[in-house]
Design a protein around this ligand. Structure first.
Ligand SMILES: [Zn+2]
Length: 303
């Protein structure tokens, strides 16, 4: 089972040579999701050798350019490379009207279906679901309507106890059935209980993405116990008034939130270009919460 996040963009509104605008690539048990798509995201996908035609769902948090200016370019490239399978885009209701005219004015004819699923702010509900995972929105508070997302695995399959499996001479064809938790009935009437054939599965994991937002106490309940929280930390505490005014969060506030929500690990990002590096951000988060890393492009985090 694989659940991993690749950071493609860790900066905020102003792209720099070291930090690109927001984008995360998620592989959750072979389901491929892109969260936000700032300018240049397709080049980052190439740089980190991610086969981006595999992306099935794109989530857009809000309509500030550093979160979606790369979308039309990515769609266009997917088309030029011969994509045929459907792409689902979940984001603000106006997104479809921003993207489709840019494609049609140039006479682009898409060879695949684009399905827009509009988010009407503010909602906290499941907006995507399949047999592997579901995605829930988190209402955030920014200068414009913004949602975060929680990607949650469904139950992991149980692992096979190979010794017991071999002992009974069972067929490989039985494995999926066994891993889903069923007992096995032998032809002689003997029942082999599933508890003998398998080991318990690991608890399903959750990844939460919160960017952009002012510090909000009411996120605590939604985020409680998540395995990994990505949270913007645009500013340091010395700029807390600016953070409040621009509806962003300080690194200190992220530490407080992570501790109160009892999350397992935090990644901070969306750093203002005014800071040379994120070392002070880490120090500030650690005043309240120890398990923190600063997002760097190309970083892969496994859950
Ligand atoms: Zn932003």
């Amino acid at each position: 089972m694989k659940f991993e996040i690749t950071i493609l963009g860790s900066g905020s509104a102003l792209p720099t040579l070291t930090r690109r605008p927001s984008a995360h690539f998620v592989n959750c048990n072979e389901r491929y999701i892109l969260i936000d798509c700032g300018e240049g995201t397709q080049l980052q996908l190439r740089k980190y050798k991610i086969k981006f035609q595999k992306i099935e769902v794109i989530l857009i948090s809000h309509l500030h350019g550093d979160h979606f200016f790369g979308l039309v370019g990515l769609i266009s490239t997917m088309n030029l490379l011969g994509r045929v399978h459907k792409l689902v885009i979940i984001g603000p209701v106006e997104l479809e009207q921003l993207i489709l005219p840019q494609l049609s004015v140039g006479g682009a004819f898409l060879g695949f279906e684009l399905e827009f699923r509009p988010l009407v702010y503010p909602i906290h509900q499941v907006v995507y679901e399949d047999n592997v995972l579901d995605i829930t929105t988190i209402p955030l508070k920014h200068r414009i309507d913004t949602h975060g997302f929680i990607i949650r695995e469904k139950e992991r399959l149980r692992s096979l106890n190979k010794e017991v499996f071999d002992l009974h001479g069972l067929s490989i064809a039985d494995i999926p059935h066994i891993r889903r938790g069923f007992d096995i009935n032998l032809e002689n009437g003997t029942v082999i209980p599933n508890a003998e054939l398998t080991f318990p599965s690991e608890a399903p994991k959750r990844y939460a993405y919160c960017s952009d937002t002012v510090y909000r106490e009411n996120l605590i309940e939604i985020l409680t116990g998540v395995d990994l929280l990505y949270h913007e930390a645009t500013f340091l505490n010395e700029h807390k008034e600016l953070a409040k005014k621009t509806f962003h969060t300080t690194a200190t506030q992220v530490g407080v939130l992570a501790a109160k929500a009892n999350v397992k690990k935090v990644v901070i990002g969306h750093f203002s270009s005014r800071y040379a590096d994120a070392s002070q951000h880490i120090i500030e988060v650690k005043e309240n919460f120890e398990e923190v890393v600063a997002a760097e492009e190309g970083m892969v985090i496994r859950l």
